[in-house]
Design a protein around this ligand. Structure first.
Ligand code: ADP
Ligand code: F6P
Length: 321
């Protein structure tokens, strides 16, 4: 193997740059050339790439976003797009590819692998919904940002004795909502995984208000409902003033945390090592503090679930679910 490619795809997450850096530097160290494809799978189809040297990845370890840009490429979901992609990679002399991204991007990686390209994957998404890894790159930085934002909001919530409904990302997963409810000591968390009763939640918060808890943080995952809907429905039961904050894309950027820098660096090196050893069709995962190679098939065929113990823990610590 002489030349490999690397790309970032799907929703970006802080730490993707650290992963690119590790892929490039470890590949160069192993005597491989590296092409960085721009804007995910679209970069393969458009043959839009940069030849990466060691200095092309200097100064990016701490930076959110991705120097290779990220995109969603509908064409790559089709057989025709994938075959076109393989042809493009072969014509460019690419013998191995590292795909950095979420569940969808890893499906694209799997498609190329099934066509015969050697591909390894690195999980990177703030949602932490990729099966086969305890943590994806970007989750920790994102939770730190959410926690900082809610700590800040709690100051004003307390001064004005208000309830804040805070919408966090997660279209299908309540991971960010449940974890931030723990890290912020929220009063309630609404997640797509559980049905919730707003009447009951409102009444409980009103009771707590009477007992002296005169401010509240209610975290809602975007996949459970919009903060505006929740406000409208809670209004008649909660008994005190409410305000809304939709955290939005602030959750996707920012200086990469120490955890994500090291996770991305280690996953990047493991992904290249696996390719160099002739392996393909595997994602590098972190399971019980160990780096493991998880077959794409296993990643595709299983849905990652939030550990039930986390919900129990939240309840024990006073979060209404
Ligand atoms: P994420 O990787 O963050 O989950 P998406 O689900 O939007 O993000 O997927 C990112 C890109 O991965 C898509 O735009 C597409 O190019 C590729 N992709 C997603 N699903 C598939 C699939 N089933 N087959 C091939 N490529 C896919
Ligand atoms: O998958 C990551 C994610 O940030 C989700 O949590 C969110 O629903 C979505 O991407 C937002 O995507 P977009 O880039 O289209 O705003």
């Amino acid at each position: 193997m002489k030349r490999i490619g690397v790309l970032t795809s799907g929703g970006d997450s802080s730490g993707m740059n650290a992963a690119i850096r590790a892929v490039v530097r470890s590949a160069l160290e192993m005597g491989l050339e590296v092409y960085g494809f721009i804007q995910g799978f679209a970069g393969i189809l458009d043959r839009n790439y940069r030849v990466m040297d060691s200095s092309s990845v200097s100064g990016i370890l701490n930076r959110g976003g991705t120097i290779l840009k990220s995109a969603r490429c509908e064409e790559f979901k089709t057989d025709r797009g994938q075959k076109e992609g393989l042809k493009s990679l072969e014509e460019l002399g690419i013998e191995g590819l590292v795909v950095i991204g979420g569940d969808g991007s890893l499906r694209g990686a799997n498609a190329l692998n099934e066509l015969g390209m050697k591909v390894t994957g690195i999980p990177a998404t703030i949602d932490n919904d990729v099966y086969g890894t305890d943590m994806a790159i970007g989750v920790d930085t994102c939770l730190n940002t959410i926690t900082w934002a809610i700590d800040t909001i709690k100051d004003t919530a307390s001064s004005h004795e208000r309830a804040f409904i805070i919408e966090v990302m997660g279209r299908e997963s309540g991971y960010l909502a449940i974890m931030s409810s723990l890290s912020c000591g929220a009063e309630a968390a609404l997640v797509p995984e559980f049905p919730y009763d707003l009447e009951k939640i409102g009444e409980k918060l009103a009771e707590r208000f009477k007992e002296g808890k005169t401010d509240s943080i209610i975290i809602v995952a975007e996949g459970a409902a919009s903060a505006y809907t929740i406000q409208r429905k809670l209004k008649n039961h909660i008994g005190f003033e409410t305000r809304i904050t939709v955290l939005g894309h602030i959750q996707r950027g920012g200086v990469t945390s120490v955890f994500d820098r090291t996770l991305a660096s280690r996953m990047g090196v493991e992904a290249v090592k696996a390719l160099k050893e002739g392996k393909s069709g595997v994602m590098i995962g972190l399971m019980k503090s160990k780096f493991v190679e998880v077959p794409f098939k296993e990643v595709m065929e299983n849905k990652k679930k939030i550990e039930p113990k986390l919900f129990d823990l939240a309840r024990i610590l006073g979060v209404i679910l």
